[in-house]
Write a protein that binds this ligand. Structure first.
Ligand code: SIN
Ligand code: FE2
Length: 214
């Protein structure tokens, strides 16, 4: 990885790869509306810690909105139109969320992004997310847009093999990461969170991950 990939541009953009970028603070002004929308979703489809196929309980609590939701249980990972907790469709994706995802994607060369799935991840102190690829989607033409709210976290952005060295990327409230194209299948994860409470969310971090799944 050459040093210039880490350079922050004057407009607050940070480059992680040929088609992978951090947009510093893009969501900051809209955070109130986004969090209100998340709370509305979570009233219908509560955050829950899912089981992995290997029988572990994930440390991240999750829920979804949109036509499809990502779920995990002993039978595997998959997208499904129905919340297994309620038997009801996942709540619709609130317009402020959809708009932010489309704006972020368009700003970095992915015009016309129409996510059908928004995974909502809730982290608390000590919560981590192991390195993984997002590969449960039907095609990989659309990018991934990932929005950070609340406590700071260190995002890990790796290569195309699990063992490739991952670069640590500190993310703060309002930052948005977009990766697609040649970088669409890069391994990524999140280091265990430190407990530095955030004024809006206290000891929590909310991450929104937008994808075109179906
Ligand atoms: C994810 O990979 O699903 C979430 C990444 C993050 O929380 O920043
Ligand atoms: Fe992911």
């Amino acid at each position: 990885m050459t040093q210039d990939l880490f350079d922050t541009h004057e407009d607050g953009r940070l480059r992680l790869g040929d088609q992978a970028f951090v947009l510093r603070g893009l969501a900051r002004d809209r955070a109130g509306a986004l969090l209100e929308a998340v709370a509305t979703v979570a009233r219908c489809a509560p955050l829950r810690r899912m089981q992995t196929p290997g029988g572990y309980t994930m440390s991240v609590a999750m829920t979804n909105c949109g036509v499809l939701g990502w779920t995990s249980d002993r039978r595997g990972y998959r997208y499904a139109p129905v919340d297994p907790l309620s038997g009801q469709p996942w709540p619709p994706m609130p317009p402020p969320l959809r708009r932010l995802a489309a704006d972020a994607a368009a700003a970095r060369g992915f015009a016309g992004f129409e996510p059908d799935a928004c995974l909502i991840n809730e982290y608390r102190p000590g919560t981590r997310l192991a390195l993984h690829q997002d590969r449960d989607e039907r095609d990989f033409a659309a990018p991934i847009v990932s929005v950070s709210l609340g406590m700071d976290a260190v995002f890990l952005f790796g290569g195309h093999a699990r063992g490739d060295r991952a670069m640590p990327v500190p993310l703060t409230h309002g930052d948005v990461v977009v990766w697609g194209g040649v970088d669409r299948l890069r391994f990524h994860g999140v280091r265990p969170l430190r407990d530095i409470p955030h004024p809006l969310l206290g000891s929590r971090r909310i991450n929104l991950t937008f994808r075109k799944a179906g």
